[in-house]
Write a protein that binds this ligand. Structure first.
Ligand code: HEC
Length: 161
């Protein structure tokens, strides 16, 4: 019995040490500076209520203005959070909006409308921990309506050349 307890103590100490060592593997949490005039809010400013929705539901993963939560400092959760932000920024970065390329901007807006329509975005694992990012059916409609309208407005700018 005593012997078993001793082993348990060692196993526990090993786990604690392993967890402590893991903390040296935390990925960097970057927020690159946003070049003035490059953000969606500067180039295609949406109405204030849309801006608020995008900021609360999308900007953590799709901009360079991520609000890193406390658990993003603790491995192994930090890897998951940083991975989402890196992949999110790669696919769509509101801080680096294609302002000089209206056709590309229109495509992004169409993709945004689709993802919001399919309820793929914001991801469920995110809204679980960020209840303020949950979108009501009405808010989804608002977002889609804005994205569709903006896409339509930007498109002729390239096809009428
Ligand atoms: C938790 C982080 C996170 C949040 C919050 C989030 N996304 Fe995403 N988004 C991702 C990731 C990661 C991808 C890449 C695809 C994948 O791995 O699922 C993605 C992909 C996308 C794409 C596809 C881009 C493309 O064409 O390849 C769109 C559009 C998108 N998100 C829009 C949104 C919108 C709009 C919101 C807010 C309503 C939002 N996302 C919120 C992480 C996020």
């Amino acid at each position: 019995m005593k012997r078993k307890l001793k082993w348990l103590k060692w196993i526990f100490a090993g786990l604690v040490a392993g967890f402590a060592l893991l903390q040296f593997t935390n990925p960097p949490r970057t927020n690159p500076p946003v070049a003035p005039g490059h953000d969606l809010m500067a180039t295609n400013p949406p109405p204030p209520e849309i801006a608020t929705l995008l900021h609360s539901a999308c900007y953590d993963c799709h901009s360079d203005e991520t609000r890193w939560p406390w658990y993003s400092h603790i491995a192994p959760v930090s890897w998951l959070v940083a991975g989402d932000v890196t992949r999110g920024r790669e696919r769509l970065n509101f801080s680096d909006w294609p302002r000089a390329l209206p056709e590309r901007a229109a495509k992004r807006l169409e993709r945004i409308s689709e993802e919001v329509d399919y309820q793929d975005m914001p991801p469920a694992k995110y809204t679980l921990l960020h209840p303020e990012a949950r979108l009501t059916a009405g808010q989804r409609q608002q977002l889609m309506h804005w994205a569709d309208q903006e896409a339509a407005r930007l498109k002729p700018a390239t096809t009428n050349e």
